[in-house]
Design a protein around this ligand. Structure first.
Ligand code: BEZ
Length: 210
């Protein structure tokens, strides 16, 4: 069965462009993003890996460790890294997992045979400090992902892990949020002493907590 939200992210040991990693140990107490791309030396993937490298400081700021993966060899990854730096202006600065035996891809269900029976699709797993899967995304090979959206989602996940709020459509860091329906008005008074706006009894809007 496919991995679902709340499942433990499978552990593994793998060779990467930054040496061998034992996944859970490598994550430590950080958040994690594990994402697959279909193949080295392909155009969309080259742009994606350049973008993730450019955004590395943003992931660091959020205490998120990022690892990429495809079913290519370590030597292929290392050769391709030169093209990423040359064409995208950012050198690869996070581990790229060499999964030529498909061990990790199979554990995470990253190969969707009806799309392609040998290559990984563009999967994304966001993993919390408790090693549980907090978010999954699946894009086809032909569509590059929007990694700013991934950062936006991580901001929401980290905020909602800490406070009893949910984030509305198109929410961005600093925007108003919603008090979750399980919090009574009496409890909300203690948690949000500055007050909130009630649009409907189930739709209470409050400034983003710090
Ligand atoms: C790409 O990254 O450009 C790509 C990879 C596999 C299939 C189609 C596109």
């Amino acid at each position: 069965m496919a991995l679902q939200l709340g499942d433990e992210a499978p552990d593994f040991t793998a060779e990467t462009t930054e040496g061998t990693i034992h996944f859970h140990e490598w994550l430590g107490s950080s958040w994690g993003v594990l994402f697959s791309h279909p193949k080295d030396f392909t155009p969309v993937c080259t742009t994606e890996l350049g973008r993730v490298s450019a955004l590395k400081p943003e992931f660091d700021k959020r205490n998120v460790k990022v690892a990429g993966l495809s079913v290519d060899s370590l030597s292929s990854h290392k050769d391709w890294a030169g093209d990423i730096k040359e064409t995208q202006g950012h050198a690869l600065n996070f581990p790229l997992i060499a999964d030529d035996k498909r061990e990790v891809a199979d554990k995470y269900g990253m190969i969707h045979p009806k799309a392609n029976d040998t290559l990984t699709v563009r999967s994304v797993f966001v993993i919390g400090p408790d090693k549980k899967i907090k978010l999954t995304l699946t894009y086809p090979a032909s569509t590059g992902r929007n990694f700013d959206e991934l950062l936006r989602v991580i901001d929401s996940l980290q905020l909602t892990a800490k406070h009893k709020v949910a984030t509305p459509v198109d929410w961005k860091q600093g925007g108003d949020v919603i008090i979750v329906p399980s919090v009574s008005d009496a409890d909300a008074k203690a948690q949000f002493p500055q007050g909130w706006k009630t649009l409907k009894p189930y739709l209470r809007v409050v400034a983003q907590p710090k």
